[in-house]
Design a protein around this ligand. Structure first.
Ligand SMILES: [Zn+2]
Length: 344
């Protein structure tokens, strides 16, 4: 176990703090945009132009999406602009020059299909005693509107499918059932995984456990871009340290050596964690996730690193297989009290 570093090689606490800051910034920006939209509407404006200090050199972060809820009011037209363009308009206006802008925006809010869909598949377990128990892996399949969503989260979805392909190709006969789930509605508040967990295992609002809760083992999630896997966030589950260290140890040469007790948020493992089931997100190299691709117009195929994705699929296939063959299930944290429904 000594070859597994605890928060040494990667500053996971720092990374988790960065993610929390990102979510706080996102919420604050959302609130500001709502207020501005209201003001603009009162002033009979036709649109807002927004920018941020990150929107430069061709990268535009597109966070202007409105509410997804059918009965919420329509979002006021808010256009993400490059900082260079935005600043030019500001300079002209400061100089007293009139600015004329031509807009051509076509968008549509689809209301004909309200149902979200997860994609679920499994390799059935073979041990008569253990095949009802389930090891899960997954990531979200939906993406953000700024680009095609290559790093958020086609990368995670592709890696998870590749991990399953590897196991199928090897014709493994897992003792426990291995189940992959590609979630929908993550971007609107982890709705796909939350719906699945509450229908299958337990609803966090009442914590009435369904029979499958007892049979569940562990869920592994991938959703932090193209970067290679460096380890696992233990989500404050200290009891899981030894078993995870053992499963991670074969991947030292691939650079996956870190277990941190820290938790990390913002994605689908939280749905499992919220009902007392072991759900973990992997620690990944940042690459250019926050600075370039996450929810921006640059989240395209070109920003994926093939070797990193292969490394991730290899590590995950190994982790999942070991979990499916292990003598014991992953130890759990104490069951949480019922919590009110809310998004992450
Ligand atoms: Zn994501």
């Amino acid at each position: 176990m000594k070859n597994i570093a605890l928060e040494k090689e990667v500053d996971t606490a720092g990374m988790a703090a960065e993610r929390r800051k990102f979510i706080a910034r996102y919420r604050a920006a959302r609130k500001k945009a709502e207020t501005l939209g209201k003001l603009a509407k009162e002033e009979k404006a036709v649109a807002l132009l927004s920018s941020s200090v990150r929107n430069h050199d061709g990268t535009v972060f597109v966070q202007q999406g409105g509410s997804y809820a059918m009965d919420d009011p329509e979002n006021f037209l808010d256009i993400a602009t490059a900082l260079e363009d935005y600043n030019m308009i500001v300079r002209l206006l400061r100089d007293g020059q009139p600015v004329k802008i031509e807009l051509d925006v076509a968008s549509k809010f689809y209301t004909d299909e309200k149902q979200g869909y997860n994609v679920v598949a499994e390799i059935p377990g073979t041990d008569p005693e253990l095949k009802e128990e389930v090891v899960m892996l997954g990531g979200h399949l939906d993406s953000w509107q700024g680009a095609t969503g290559a790093t958020d989260n086609a990368a995670g979805s592709a890696v998870m499918m590749e991990a399953v392909r590897i196991l199928k190709k090897l014709k493994v006969q897992p003792k426990r059932t291995i189940r992959i789930a590609l979630w929908s509605g993550e971007e609107q508040g982890i709705h796909g995984s939350r719906g699945y967990v509450s229908k299958t295992f337990a609803d966090r609002t009442d914590m009435q456990l369904k029979p499958a809760h007892e049979k569940f083992d562990v869920y592994f999630n991938l959703d932090n871009g193209t970067g290679r896997i460096r380890g696992v966030y233990l989500q404050e589950n200290e009891a899981a340290y030894d078993i995870m260290a053992q499963w991670l140890s074969p991947f030292k040469e691939l650079g996956a050596t870190t277990l941190t007790i820290s938790n990390t948020g913002g994605t689908d493992h939280l749905s499992f964690d919220a009902v007392g089931l072991p759900g973990f997100q992997f620690i990944q190299d940042e690459v250019e996730y926050s600075s370039r691709t996450h929810h921006s117009n640059m989240d395209s195929y070109d920003h994926l690193v093939e070797e990193d994705l292969k490394q991730a699929a290899t590590v995950i296939a190994g982790m999942v297989y070991q979990a499916a063959m292990s003598e014991e299930k992953v130890p759990r944290k104490p069951l949480p009290d019922p919590q009110p429904a809310r998004s992450f």
